[in-house]
Ligand binder design. Structure first.
Ligand SMILES: [Zn+2]
Length: 450
């Protein structure tokens, strides 16, 4: 049995909870809530006020003038960037922290990192191996910020240290600590900006060799034929075996390891800085992509565990980071891209291929992109597959708190909760504003059985 702390964490909206502080006591008493991770959807942190020193050195303070690139600026909505931006009033957050302190609930600070913001700040954006920006047609999956720019890394670290010194929080669950979701095909070839190239050299990687391997892979993909796919399918390949059929050499896998290790190093650096400033008891971790696509999104769990006190996720399904829908999300972008290079390939066959590459071909999944978007998917089964893979692919040295979105049908929420408890995870992180007695009892029952 795991000796990790058991946690039932609520990924909640700061302003909403601030208006109903009694909901915290209610959830603690009714379902065993241990922890909250509040986010303000206006400023994309928990609602911290940046200190004058942080604001003075902040690279993103001019966001209000960038409404061409960030139209929501006109509504006062901050862009998601890698730190705390000035001018936000922390009154709601302070009320939430005070309440949590008085009733024994932990507070994890929320702060975003790199997978968004590059469209608003092109001067800090990720660049691909040919020094091009990421393709804006994939914007829905994120246009990221470079994780290696020395001035940005320093500033983000300063933000975390500043927050942990000034706010009574128990640590951080950082968000966007990843590359854009792999549905953004162009992001798979990034970040290869000069700072990341320097980082590769420092880490002992041969950037030019990786670039040559990736360039060759891209050429092979563009020359892909229906015949090659047909032949490859006979061997029932996984994703990496399929790349080998295309002639990809080990430098391609090396590339994905390199980019994942860059992020893992940042996590280690940030965790050390936070614990040095705030004390060894401050936890530091993040959400991660689920196992089927984790490496493509920048997460190598074995490395991640070295800079994280726990692993969690953004949501159970839907959106950019939903664990259950991660392969169908990717397939909805990759299938049209494959069809555009292989004349003889139709969308149905392209989707079949992708499902197979990620070990999803035994599910009865839609054979059209429209179907993926509109039809009911076997969410509970797909979610369970990711949880099983997660527990199999991690060391057990760090607690795992999978994400549960509580806004779905109550029967589904119960199935998700049962997946978490039956796979011996250490708790869960739930989002939404659970009200229905069925949903509350699903959370309570699953948590009680852990
Ligand atoms: Zn870079």
């Amino acid at each position: 049995m795991s000796t990790h702390p058991k946690r039932l964490i609520w990924f909640c909206e700061t302003e909403r909870v601030a208006e109903d502080l009694d909901s915290l006591t209610k959830l603690r008493d009714e379902i065993g809530l241990t922890t909250i991770m509040p986010e303000s959807f206006v400023c994309h942190t928990s609602g911290f006020t940046a200190s004058p020193e942080i604001t003075k050195s902040g690279p993103f303070e001019d966001w209000r003038t960038r409404n061409q690139l960030h139209p929501r600026a006109s509504q006062g909505i901050y862009p998601p960037v890698c730190g705390t931006v000035g001018g936000f009033d922390d009154t709601p957050l302070l009320g939430v922290i005070e309440k949590c302190r008085s009733i024994g609930i932990e507070v994890w600070g929320h702060l975003g990192l790199w997978s968004y913001g590059g469209d608003v700040y092109p001067e800090y954006a990720m660049m691909d191996i040919d020094q091009n920006p990421l393709d804006p047609k994939y914007k829905r999956w994120g246009i990221g910020l470079c994780p290696s720019r020395p001035n940005l890394v320093k500033w983000t670290r300063d933000c975390l240290v500043d927050v942990v010194k000034r706010y009574d929080i128990d640590g951080f669950d950082v968000d966007h600590s990843r590359y854009p979701a792999p549905g953004n095909l162009s992001s798979l070839f990034a970040c290869a900006c000069p700072s990341c190239q320097e980082e590769a050299g420092r880490m002992g990687y041969d950037f030019e060799r990786m670039k040559t391997g990736l360039t060759h892979l891209r050429q092979s993909l563009r020359a892909l034929t229906g015949k090659t796919i047909e032949r490859a399918l006979l061997g029932n390949p996984n994703f990496w075996q399929f790349l080998s059929v295309l002639g990809a050499d080990p430098s391609v896998l090396e590339w994905f390891h390199f980019r994942a290790k860059v992020l893992a190093r940042r996590m280690q650096e940030f965790r050390s800085a936070v614990q040095e400033a705030g004390g060894r008891d401050k936890v530091f971790g993040s959400d991660v992509f689920p196992p089927s696509i984790s490496l493509l999104g920048g997460h190598l769990y074995e490395q991640w565990e070295q800079g994280s006190d726990f692993l969690t996720g953004g949501s159970s399904s839907g959106g950019v980071v939903g664990w259950a829908t991660t392969v169908t999300n990717l397939a909805s972008e990759w299938a049209p891209a494959l069809c555009s290079v292989v004349d003889t390939l139709d969308e149905s066959d392209a989707l079949h291929l992708i499902y197979q590459l990620f070990g999803y071909d035994d599910f009865d999944l839609p054979r059209s992109v429209e179907g993926i978007e509109k039809e009911d998917l076997p969410i509970a089964e797909m979610y369970n597959r990711e949880i099983v893979r997660m527990t199999a692919q991690t060391s057990g040295n760090r607690p795992i708190y999978p994400p549960i979105s509580t806004s779905g049908p109550t029967g589904l929420v119960r199935q998700l909760c049962e997946s978490v408890s039956s796979n011996q995870c250490d708790g869960m992180l739930f989002s939404g504003n659970p009200q229905s007695p069925d949903t509350l009892s699903s959370l309570k029952d699953a948590f009680a059985s852990i």
